[in-house]
Design a protein around this ligand. Structure first.
Ligand code: ARG
Length: 401
């Protein structure tokens, strides 16, 4: 029987050419799998037909947009995960869900190998292949761009020679990856890290310099999950989409960073994540009133580690799973409403309320009605500083000898 290979298919030039390229190089039949993670753009049926037109023996489309929102974006939100303090893991969290569907398709169609369109220089090859090793240890991996010398020039020549139903002339100097959690743009003119991004780079956000009137929004959470916007019940996917629209119109969530790739390269990336950044800001502010101080401090460290693991392709690892359990435990009381103003590139929180709040007005107030006994503070400070005071006494004693 002819060997079968499942290819992660985006509908773009490289993966369209990869169908025939893999076929010619290996003699295998190619099954194209497109996964909807809310990337928008062309209809999935158009993409499916193109795969067949490019020689795929089967083309399979997985609608994973709700699954992606519920099981990948929401955990990222609960962790307030920002890699290196900036990047909300847009591409990093989409790879594991795509892997899940690739492995599923490999089983359904009797494939022995999974293929993807990544180069050998990035993080995504690692995320795909580590994911596949974990979910389908018997499956092999192949990356035509990396392993079968499929360069851009060769791809264009191949598409023209075979008359593939794909545009080869459109000049887009950028490499773009997008889904409902955000959009990542790299390469081209951006590789000079002194160059400011030009306007044409952005798609999810409008220019924050000329914003429309301020937009006030109330986001309601239950146990860390956004459940309503301005009082209207929403699913996680709807919440992200609605905030992409409203925060995007205000230019919220533009990020320009040089980040550390797992493979040791520093690379410049422009992100747009209006919904994600608005939600993380709101969620963090709700945690500020509902999560106990020590738990909150520790959670910040856990969230950072979580972000690194996910960035580094360890989504299905035991440590990531253990950290998830901790984070989930902290979300029990993260319920309530956050009011914020979206305007001119900023999402600024200006009100919060919660039935499970730890904010105690009577303890906090400086007005009459104060229940805090200030006389307790002196003794507390005395003991709190004792250890450092004893050590400093020793320093003075030793210095005097
Ligand atoms: N640097 C980001 C990451 O590794 C995004 C990579 C997405 N690819 C792109 N073509 N911009 O998660």
């Amino acid at each position: 029987m002819t060997e079968r290979i499942v290819l992660a298919y985006s509908g773009g030039l490289d993966t369209s050419v990869a169908i025939g390229w893999i076929g010619e190089a290996t003699g295998a039949e190619v099954i194209a799998v497109a996964v909807d993670v809310g990337q928008g753009g062309e209809s999935l049926e158009t993409i499916r037909q193109r795969a067949l037109g490019c020689g795929a023996v089967e083309a399979y489309v997985a609608d994973a947009s709700d699954e992606f929102a519920n099981e990948y974006c929401i955990p990222t939100l609960k962790a307030n995960a920002l890699y290196q303090g900036h990047y909300p893991l847009v591409s990093a969290i989409s790879r594991p869900v795509i892997v899940k569907h690739l492995v599923k398709a490999a089983r359904e169609f009797g494939a022995t190998t999974v293929a993807h369109g990544c180069t050998g220089k990035g993080n995504d090859q690692v995320r795909f292949e580590v994911g596949i090793q974990t979910l389908g240890p018997d499956l092999k991996c192949i990356a035509p761009v990396r392993d079968l010398a499929l360069t851009r020039d060769k791809a264009i020549a191949f598409a023209e020679e075979k008359g593939l139903p794909i545009e080869t002339t459109k000049k887009n100097p950028y490499s773009i990856d997008q889904n409902v959690w955000g959009r990542a743009v790299e390469t081209g003119y951006l590789e000079d890290i002194w160059n400011a991004p030009t306007k044409d780079i952005y798609d999810y956000t409008a220019t924050p310099e000329f914003p429309p009137a301020p937009d006030e929004v109330t986001i309601s959470f239950e146990a860390g999950v956004p459940v309503a916007i301005d009082g209207v019940r929403v699913t996680p996917l709807q919440a992200i989409k609605e905030l992409n629209r409203r925060a995007g119109a205000q230019g919220v969530g533009r990020i320009d960073v040089v980040e550390d790739r797992l493979v040791g390269i520093k690379s410049r990336e422009i992100y747009e994540a209006p919904g994600a950044m608005a939600l993380i800001t709101a969620h963090k502010h709700l945690e500020d009133i509902t999560v106990e101080r020590e738990q909150a401090r520790f959670k910040a460290t856990v969230g950072q580690r979580w972000a690194e693991l996910v960035y580094d392709g360890q989504w299905f690892s035991p440590l990531k799973r253990s950290l998830d359990a901790f984070i989930e435990d902290t979300q029990k009381y993260v319920s309530g409403d956050i009011r914020m103003t979206l305007h001119g590139g900023q999402a600024v929180v200006n009100g919060r309320r919660s039935e499970t709040s730890l904010y105690d007005f009577d303890l906090a107030t400086y007005d009459t009605g104060d229940t805090f006994d200030q006389s307790m503070a002196r003794g507390f400070i005395e003991l709190w500083g004792m250890s450092a005071k004893v050590a400093s006494g020793r320093d003075i004693r030793v210095a005097g000898q």
